[in-house]
Design a protein around this ligand. Structure first.
Ligand code: 3PG
Ligand code: MG
Length: 352
């Protein structure tokens, strides 16, 4: 198993810790105001935040929300997330805007506005990305990565910050790696993976997955992408979509259920239809209920899959719920992620 530095092994008293967490949660509008629709990822982040506070550190939370593409996008502000986090932590957590980085409030816990409002967070050019990471690194003494769901992204806050500050992995990240490594190393065969949702990058994991799983099923919007149709391997099967393209057909969902009846392990990430609209949740519901009934080891991953299975009230009958969708698949495919590699490297000398 990958060996990561563990946050519990460091004496951090009196230090300011930059904590990269996963707060990329679904939002919905309630009486014209955006609110968090599912707090699971926020709840999962609490354990490391509380550990750091108990160790008398000051915590500056770094997180992203959605895909604003490097621009300030009011509807992707972390404001609703901050409210939800403050009430779960039972303390006021101020949300800091980038223009105010020079004068941070003296609270013990702060959260910075959506990292992806700055185009350098996701910049491909390493120099530009590093420049952003340097600005962030100046705010603290130590870096903790507890954002498993984003560890497959070469983002400044994931791969560059650990080269600038002493660093460790947070508790949620450590638990994810421990569990998913055990699945990779001692799998219960046969293994079936179901991919859904809209994120094309998941398709890049199919070849790696097929090195150790028995069957890959592709549903949701993914089944409509030309990239998916190009995957030529007899061990992958595509869903048939309804005429509107917004759900898979009932027939297709039932075929997918047949494919997992004999499975030892079922891994699923990504809804099979546009589940925000109840009209297009049928395929996802059929598969979710079959998975909950299954005797196989059942694993789901990703914010949207978790939120929809919570809504269907079947999530408690799933054996393991990973916070990462794309990250879980990428880790299962390759056994490592850019964010984990960065945590295993020691801090470099910073050029002023
Ligand atoms: C996720 O929701 O899986 C993570 O927040 C990563 O999001 P991304 O796919 O937009 O990078
Ligand atoms: Mg997401």
């Amino acid at each position: 198993m990958i060996d990561l530095p563990d946050v519990r092994d460091f004496d951090l008293r009196g230090k300011t810790v930059l904590l990269r967490t996963d707060l990329d949660v679904p939002l919905h509008s309630v009486q014209g105001k955006l609110k968090v629709a599912d707090t699971t990822r926020i709840e999962e982040s609490l354990i490391t935040i509380k550990l750091l506070l108990a160790r008398e550190t000051r915590v500056i939370i770094l997180a992203h929300l959605g895909r604003p593409g490097g621009e300030f996008t009011p509807e992707l502000s972390l404001e609703p997330v901050t409210q939800s986090l403050s009430s779960l932590l039972k303390m006021e957590v101020p949300l800091v805007q980038y223009k105010d980085l020079g004068k941070l409030p003296s609270k013990e816990t702060l959260i910075l506005e959506n990292l992806r409002f700055d185009p350098r967070e996701e910049e491909k050019n390493e120099g530009k990305r590093k420049a952003f990471a340097k600005e962030l690194a100046r705010l603290g003494d130590f870096y903790v990565n507890d954002a498993f769901a984003t560890c497959h992204r070469k983002n400044a806050s994931i791969v560059d910050l650990p080269s600038l500050l002493s660093h460790a992995a947070g508790l949620d990240l450590l638990e994810e790696i421990k569990f998913l490594s055990s699945v990779r190393e001692r799998p219960k065969k046969p293994i079936v993976v179901l991919l859904g949702g809209v994120k094309k990058s998941k398709l890049k994991t199919v070849n790696g997955l097929l090195e150790w799983v028995d069957l890959v099923l592709i549903g949701g919007k993914l089944a409509d992408y030309p990239e998916a149709k190009k995957l030529k391997d007899h061990r992958r099967e595509m869903a048939v979509l309804t005429r509107s393209g917004e759900d898979i057909t009932i027939d297709s969902a039932e075929k997918f259920v047949d494919r997992v009846i004999q499975a030892g392990t079922i891994i699923w990430s990504g809804p099979l239809g546009k589940v925000e609209d109840p009209e297009f949740e049928k395929g996802t519901k059929i598969f979710a209920e079959a998975m909950a009934e299954s005797k196989a080891l059942t694993i789901i991953g990703g914010g949207d899959t978790e939120a929809v299975l919570t809504r269907f009230k079947v999530v408690d009958r799933i054996d393991y719920v990973s916070s990462g969708g794309g990250a879980m698949l990428a880790f299962l495919a390759k056994g490592d992620l850019p964010g984990l590699k960065a945590l295993r490297e020691i801090k470099k000398k910073i050029k002023k």
